[in-house]
Write a protein that binds this ligand. Sequence first.
Ligand SMILES: [Mn+2]
Length: 401
Amino acid sequence: MAGDDTPEFDGNRKLKDLERISQTKQEKEIERQLEFGLEAASSVNDRSISLFARGSQPAFAGINTFMRAPYCEDIRKVGEYEAAFLGVPFDTGTTYRSGTRFGPQAVRRISALYDGYSVDAGVDLTEELDMCDAGDVFVIPGNIEKSFDQVSAAVSHVYTSGAFPIMCGGDHSLGYPHVRGIAPHIDGNVGIIHFDRHIDMQEMDMDERMHTTPWFWTSNNHPDVLEREHSHGPGQHHDHSHMHDVGLDNCPPKNLVQIGIGGWYGSRPGSKVARERGSSVITMHDFETMGPQKTAEMALELAWKGAKAVYLSFDIDSLDPAFAPGTGTPEPGGFMPREAFEMIKIIAAEGLCGMEVVEVSPPYDVNDNTSQLACRVILDVTSAMVAACKLGHRSQVMKPE
Ligand SMILES: [Mn+2]
């Protein structure tokens, strides 16, 4: 029988916490809707409803931005927000199925379902976080290197404005230009936590910096790598003489942690690089042995060791294709969504300098399931940061107990 050893459970604890958060922004939003959308027909009893849909309801109506956040059309003003959703519709780096150029729009569309209030997270994102949709980067389809330059400059603009950058791809070749937009502004080393089924750490693929290569380049110019390669003989592994860009110098391989790696596609060249550079690869089997909590704690320990900041890269194909079929390179045996949610929440609570969700390919999706999961990853990461007071302004909108 349930007796004295039943732990005390307050099922209302988070609801009580949420009750202390203001609804000021939401009330202002309704005023704005009525002003712009005009009064509803007289038979409508709820007078907060407008004639033209100008707010969050109905979820299937309206002009979508991510989470119905304001569209920051004048990108000079992005620093007025605490976080910015930035679409990067680029898929020229895919090596199998393309289609991720449609990822940002699909994630925006399904995000309209949500209102930002989560009993589970104990967060009201609308009220606690000032987020905008910064629109998309003007990528150059068919040219990886020019797109990389556009993307890094755009991410750098958002990051230095002070807004937390949330990049939505696009394929995973973007991992490199995303980090290249942030790391040079950080005075110290940057750790990277990377969820994926694929190791994505080879130098080139089909003679280009495809989506199988981002982590080679982020960590390539670090003194540890240069020294190791020098001791093996200069130029033994690769020759970048044709490239002006040889990678970043403050992303040490020892602070790169990859989680969920496995499967049967394309890992040999990247594994060699990871082995030589001494980065950390937590395979799916390692994860099965350790479980989500221990895996996340280990990732944090490795990524933060001696680092000033940590960046989160989430490849949607780290989730099993039964849940996330809409992706370019599916690999069976991936995470259950709940396992991934648990890990990213633990990781985000320690703070991040930026994040990306990549490889959502809507043409292969079913019922928007994959884009919905990508949206969910962004919500879980940002809300965990808000709850930990690493992002947003909880203290200003939550009454003391
Ligand atoms: Mn992948």
